[in-house]
Design a protein around this ligand. Structure first.
Ligand code: CDP
Length: 427
């Protein structure tokens, strides 16, 4: 899923995009920061904003490193130095639009922006994202607001950061930048023909986010009342019987498809995962479990879907991909099977394949205590304590570019398992 958002300064893009990114588990990319970093580099190298040739040369060689993270965080590095804050300085504001109007500079930046978007699952904001950079984005939005409101927002932001400049100066700067951005020859700021416009004047961030999610028709998965009631019951049972403790549930994205990857030691694990996840999960279960008609109906009612182990994993992956694309959360055990001795097993690659192909977030979950309370060959659970920890979502793009897909699958799986083990030792 790719979302492109354009609009003038102070229209609320950054705040809104960050929030949408968080809710959907998307990566967030701020393209203005790239032009700003270029402007900062030009100031440091004492290149005049009118020296087009030198600026083009700078754009081609500038060592930019960009970290786009789910959770709405975005960091930009210039030659290894984090400049995410420095590029907001007034000196940068003054020249950035002069530099951004040079066609060859834009070509360079657009190339890098497209590379960022290559693996999908991203929200990108700027001035020309829906018109030039990502014209094929599934969703396009254009945010705008009254110029005076936009200037006031920026002025308040500056004040909060401790930068004191009079409102009139901010207004002037912004008007100048707007004018330059709208009238330049190459990729001027304009509304894409198929973009949805939102006037953010007088609207709170939450309202704009709500409008965006509504327009995208992003639904939570179908609510299953039987699942909800059963989960509630099991939750009470687990609290009373095993002192179940859950931490990090906020790491689960509020909308859209996702994977929970958990360690597996006991029959209780799927149940514990369902209790710990505030969003309903779908489970892939061995088809033999559905042989008993009544039990089959019961687990189907609890969102279990049958897979045939014997017919290779391809069908299972296809089923999982379909479920995730339809906006569901699924539970996977990267180790493939229950550990017999309570230790960690070597993970399989399927999880990485799904994460790369679908670009969806993978939330690591560590389940501790189920092995002790209900080990592999036990008939009944024993007394004990169960705890669950969820970590920050892992995403294929956390690993940088240029990695062969096959290697990337394994990297993701390893990283997820590493996180689970860290959570395990801290639990
Ligand atoms: O945060 P603010 O809205 O003030 O600006 P920004 O998004 O950081 O962008 C700074 C400047 O970079 C803009 O005024 C544009 O001149 C330029 N820019 C652009 O030309 N194309 C983009 N896709 C993003 C920014």
């Amino acid at each position: 899923m790719i979302i492109a958002v354009d609009g003038p300064a102070g229209s609320g893009k950054s705040t809104v995009c960050r929030e949408v990114a968080k809710r959907l588990g998307l990566r967030y990319a701020d393209t203005g920061a790239m032009y700003r970093t270029l402007a900062l580099a030009s100031i440091r190298e004492k290149i005049s904003p009118s020296d087009t040739n030198q600026l083009i040369e700078l754009a081609r060689r500038i060592p930019l490193e960009i970290h786009t993270l789910t959770s709405g965080r975005f960091e930009i590095f210039l030659a290894g130095e984090k400049v995410t804050e420095t590029i907001r300085e007034p000196a940068v504001n003054q020249i950035v639009s002069l530099i951004a109007r040079i066609p060859e500079v834009r070509t360079e930046m657009v190339k890098r922006q497209r590379a960022l978007a290559k693996s999908g699952y991203l929200i990108m904001e700027g001035r020309d994202i829906s018109t030039v950079v990502l014209p094929d984005a599934e969703f396009k939005f254009y945010l705008d607001a009254d110029p005076s409101v936009r200037a006031e927002r920026r002025w308040k932001e500056d004040q909060a950061k401790g930068t004191v400049s009079p409102l009139s100066r901010v207004q002037e700067d912004q008007a100048k930048r707007d004018e330059m951005d709208r009238t330049r020859d190459v990729s001027p700021l304009r509304v894409a023909s198929n973009a949805i416009c939102i006037d953010t004047t007088g609207k709170r961030v939450g309202e704009v986010v709500h409008i965006i999610l509504g327009k995208m028709n992003v639904k939570r998965e179908k609510f299953n009342a039987f699942y909800a009631v059963t989960r509630r019951f099991l939750w009470l049972l687990a609290k009373a019987g095993f002192g179940l403790e859950i931490q990090g549930a906020e790491n689960i994205p509020q909308h859209g498809g996702f994977i929970i990857a958990a360690n597996h030691r006991s029959f209780l694990d799927p149940v514990v995962a369902a209790i710990a996840s505030p969003r309903q999960l779908t489970f892939l279960a061995r088809h033999t479990l559905f042989r008993n008609v009544l039990f089959g109906i019961l687990i189907r009612g609890l969102n279990a879907r049958p897979i045939k182990r014997a017919s290779a994993d391809r069908n299972a992956l296809r089923l999982a991909a379909g479920l995730i694309m339809a906006g569901n959360g699924i539970l996977l055990f990267p180790e493939g099977t229950r550990s017999a001795d309570g230790g960690f097993l070597t993970p399989k690659g399927g999880l990485g394949y799904l994460a790369v192909k679908l670009g969806c977030p993978v939330v690591p979950m560590c389940i501790k205590g189920t092995f002790e309370t209900f080990p592999r060959h036990a008939k009944w659970p024993r007394q004990g304590k169960i705890s669950v920890r969820l970590g920050r979502a892992v995403h294929g793009d956390d690993f940088g570019k240029g990695i062969d897909d096959g290697d990337l699958y394994l990297l993701i799986v390893k990283e997820v398992m590493r996180n689970i083990e860290i959570l395990f030792s801290s639990a």
